[in-house]
Design a protein around this ligand. Sequence first.
Ligand code: PMV
Length: 360
Amino acid sequence: MSEQEFIPAELKNLAGSGETTWRAPSNIALVKYWGKYPGQIPANPSISFTLSTSATTTGIKFNKQGDGREKPSFDLLFEGSPNRAFEPKINSFIERILPYVTWLPFYHLHINTSNSFPHSSGIASSASGMAALSLCIMDMEKKMNPGMSDEHFYRKASFLARLGSGSACRSIEGPIVSWGKHDHIKGGSDLYGTAFTDPVHQVFQNFQDTILLVHKGTKTVSSTAGHALMDGHAFAAQRFAQANRNLISMTDVLAKGDMDQFIELVESEALSLHAMMMTSIPYYLLMKPNTLAIIEKVWEFRKETGEALCFTLDAGANVHLLYPGESSEKVLQFIKNELVVYCEKGQYICDHIGAGAKKI
Ligand code: PMV
């Protein structure tokens, strides 16, 4: 499979106008993507749970304009108000996807987007945001090419989302998605995410992710800068090899439902990700004192109760708590009693594993 597959044949029946809306969820990686090659090609394969509650809903109203020689134009409403802060990101996304959506310059796009999670909650909206936008664009393409297969539709949506933000390619389908070539993953590709089709133990069916909002401000170092610091990183080769090994172990754990091994892998992946940040040159820290306090509390709770509760981290200070649905009552009580004090304004988000994006 190559990029060529995603360049459309000349579309003759360009729609005059229309509209489309998609809701795409966020995702949380179990084996992390950290480090990339030019063209958003991941340095190692990753695998994630698709989430459900944390999502972006994006609508596009499109109108045909001009002769296709200009760049596509757009205006944007974020949560109901014009927002220019997103324009550079969307401009560079459009620039990157243009070779694969050659019909786009014929259009003006009215984009209307909103997140289910509070603004500046420290939750990255780039994965859900880029996924929802890509699905709207694919819906436009499908209107002009109605014979397009569902497989191509979702695969290309993931391909486009990847060009916007790497991990966004794992926010199209669900409930578990891998991204990156690997001998153990059937059909795995560096170009798009694929729904994980190997057997999955029933313990993961109703898995919960409670996101503790430790720090809601902007990060001191962006993910883009963090990925770039893996270039020439002293431990890059070891990290990429570790992620490849962990992916094999994770597919085994997902099949068997061995919670001890799941916990060990997930927590080790989270700490390895942050270890890369701490050992980059320049080095930096995204964890906050409250992040560490929560981690210590989780370890204590697990030791005392034997509940299968573990933590993972994105590139930020917030903590994702992962646990089986049947542990919900005990874990939520523990969060309320002991962890809320470490959350900014006492805020946390209850999310769970989900089926993927939906057309609205
Ligand atoms: O998609 P990006 O470029 O924002 O990278 C995000 C990477 C992590 O969230 C830290 C890990 C992952 O695999 O999602």
